[in-house]
Design a protein around this ligand. Structure first.
Ligand SMILES: Nc1ncnc2c1ncn2[C@@H]1O[C@H](COP(=O)(O)OP(=O)(O)O)[C@@H](O)[C@H]1O
Ligand SMILES: [Mg+2]
Length: 596
């Protein structure tokens, strides 16, 4: 594990070594005063004469050592922090570069919460390791070892006695681990749950207020918060007696040496001077020992975080070529495409393991240029996934997708993006003016061209209603716009982009009945003369498609025109019947849709 960390430290490795060395000197400076105390105490006890000059010299040395210990300690920390933060900077930059080259879908899936946690918390926690645990830990470990070795040269029996506090403390520490670990899982779960509830609580505040659900949602939040407290306390309760035991016991290095050593001296087995020296030395290493062992409890956690980070850094980047699009025409070919999402689960060793669950199995079809290809199927059958593979959100696991004969993996993402307008259910509006939001479709477009696109997307009627019209900020306007209206903004964006291929993934899902007519008009504008792939849950909108693909559990089970499919495909028939049924029952259909 340390090797891994040092790898990240790169050129700052030297600084960490330097910091460790400075800390080592600092810790030695902390031990020396006890050594200097010996020539003071020894004559006193033996009743020998101690010259005043010598005493003054010794006392000055002690003082100098303490000052040096503090100064060097501070200096060492300074060096180690510089190295630590520079390493964190390097790590964060490489993670950022990694993110940029990852399939967009993978990034999206991780979620803002997880990514933020990785960038801020997980990498941040390495600071403790690099700046403190490593240099301080090493120094505080080496010095006691050195001291023990020298004690063995003085009197090995007395030295053995001084080791007494260590096995008991280590035992207590191990017990603390094993009992504490059992509580760790529920503790982390409670903490995760509380985090999620807080996010939900804040995000949903508006809805909560409108529907007067304040008390209910507040109660859920406070329940999770007190739950977290309970688990935290439960952990402390099981762990703290052992923690108290080892932290009290470990520094008691003289616990055996004093009584038993005294007996040895009394019986004449050892000399009094040696005992005094050993006692002084033993006392000197209590604190370093405690510090050295204090950083051990953080190790399993750090190890966990480092491997999570490793995993993120090792994720396969998107296979992205250097070439511009140079296909002949825009006929789209899916050739034996298989795909699965990377999922992770807890492995036996408590570390996350990724595995792949295939959701698309050997799908092949051709969507001819200029034609309308529809994809239908039950929810979860893989329709959206097929579309996301096409816009190169993810790499296929097997098979290939090509446009005009050119493999997607051969095309630069930017160049591919120019070929495709992709409109899905949830379109992101940036918090700039609606005008700028539409202009994203084509940054070179003039205001007039943007207006024209807005007109074609049937946006004028609601834009005129807004106080600042098309210049309203999306954030402010967002609250005044219905889901269908927001969607028409993104259709305007796509119209302005004017890409030769259009992919619509349930783009009309948010349309309320009043909006539906306008939405359809907007879409008609968008798809004029384009190669079109449309995913629809409303089958009537696709009866005219040149080709309908029926998906079922990730497999393409039928392929043809509406009329033929009604006869030849039981799956299609079933979907069609379900649509007819919901058409008769408008209410049930409306409820089934998501409303914003
Ligand atoms: N980001 C994702 N991570 C893991 N599994 C996913 C993800 N998106 C979709 N799936 C799974 O893939 C399958 C197909 O989903 P999807 O393509 O969205 O279906 P559809 O669009 O037909 O409803 C489903 O089983 C779904 O649970
Ligand atoms: Mg879908």
């Amino acid at each position: 594990m340390l090797n891994k960390v040092f790898e990240y430290a790169g050129s700052h490795k030297k600084s960490i070594h330097l910091a460790s060395f400075i800390m080592l000197i600092s810790v030695i400076m902390g031990v020396l005063p006890f050594l200097f105390a010996y020539p003071i105490i020894n004559p006193l006890i033996l009743g020998e004469q101690l010259e005043l000059e010598r005493l003054a010299l010794l006392l000055t040395s002690i003082l100098v050592c303490f000052v040096l210990q503090a100064v060097l300690g501070g200096f060492g920390l300074n060096v180690s922090h510089k190295a630590a933060y520079n390493t964190l900077l390097g790590l964060r930059t490489s993670l950022q570069k990694k993110m940029e080259n990852l399939p967009l879908g993978v990034v999206e899936e991780k979620g803002t919460g997880t990514i933020k946690k990785m960038f801020v918390d997980d990498i941040g926690s390495l600071e403790v390791l690099l700046a403190h645990s490593l240099p301080e830990g090493i120094a505080n470990l080496i010095v006691p070892i050195m001291v023990y070795v020298s004690m063995f040269f003085i009197d090995w029996r007395l030295a053995l006695m001084s080791l007494a506090s260590i096995p008991v403390s280590i035992l207590a520490m191990m017990i603390m681990y094993s009992v504490g670990m059992k509580q760790m899982g529920p503790y982390y779960m409670a903490s995760g749950k509380m985090n999620n509830t807080i996010i939900e609580y804040v995000n949903g505040m508006e809805v909560v207020k409108v529907f007067n659900k304040q008390t209910e949602s507040y109660e859920r939040l406070s329940k999770d918060i007190s739950n977290y407290r309970d688990y935290a306390l439960a952990w402390y309760k099981t762990a703290w007696p052992w923690m108290a035991l080892y932290s009290a016991f470990l520094p008691c290095t003289i616990i055996l040496t004093l009584p038993l050593g005294g007996y040895f001296v009394y019986m004449g087995y050892a000399s009094l001077s040696n005992l005094i020296l050993i006692l002084c030395l033993s006392l000197s290493i209590g604190l370093p020992l405690l510090k050295a062992l204090g950083f051990l409890p953080t190790m399993p956690q750090l190890n966990y975080k480092i491997s999570a980070l490793e995993q993120a850094l090792n994720m396969a980047p998107l296979k992205q070529g250097e070439n511009d699009f140079k296909g002949t025409g825009h006929t789209i070919l899916y050739d034996n495409v298989t795909f699965g999402y990377p999922l992770s689960k807890m492995g036996e060793n408590g570390q996350p393991k990724t595995y792949i669950k295939n959701v698309i199995h050997n799908v092949s079809f051709t969507a001819r240029a200029g034609e309308k290809t529809a994809i239908v199927g039950e929810s979860g059958s893989g329709k959206s996934t097929l579309a996301k593979l096409f816009i190169h959100y993810y790499d296929v696991l097997d098979g290939s997708i090509s446009i005009g004969g050119q493999d997607l993996r051969d095309i630069r993402l930017e160049s591919l993006n120019k070929q495709i307008s992709y409109v899905a259910q949830d379109q992101y509006l940036f918090n700039t003016s609606l005008l700028e939001n539409i202009r994203i479709g084509n940054l070179a477009a003039s205001d007039d061209e943007v207006m024209e696109a807005a007109k074609k997307a049937q946006c004028m009627e609601f834009l005129n209603r807004l106080p600042n019209g098309i210049y309203s900020l999306a954030g402010d306007a967002g609250k005044m716009l219905s889901g269908g209206e927001r969607q028409r903004i993104s259709l305007a964006r796509a119209i302005l982009k004017n890409a030769p291929i259009v992919v619509l993934d349930e783009a009309t899902a948010y349309a309320d009945p009043e909006n539906e007519e306008k939405m359809e008009a907007a879409i008609r504008e968008l798809v004029k003369g384009k190669t079109l792939i449309v995913i629809a849950h409303k089958l009537p909108s696709i009866v005219d498609a040149d080709q309908i693909l029926v998906m079922d559990h990730g497999r393409l089970v039928a392929n043809g025109k509406h009329k033929d499919l009604l006869e030849s495909s039981a799956e299609y028939r079933k979907l069609w019947d379900a649509t007819l049924f919901s058409k008769d029952w408008k209410i049930s259909r409306k409820e089934g849709e998501k409303n914003v």
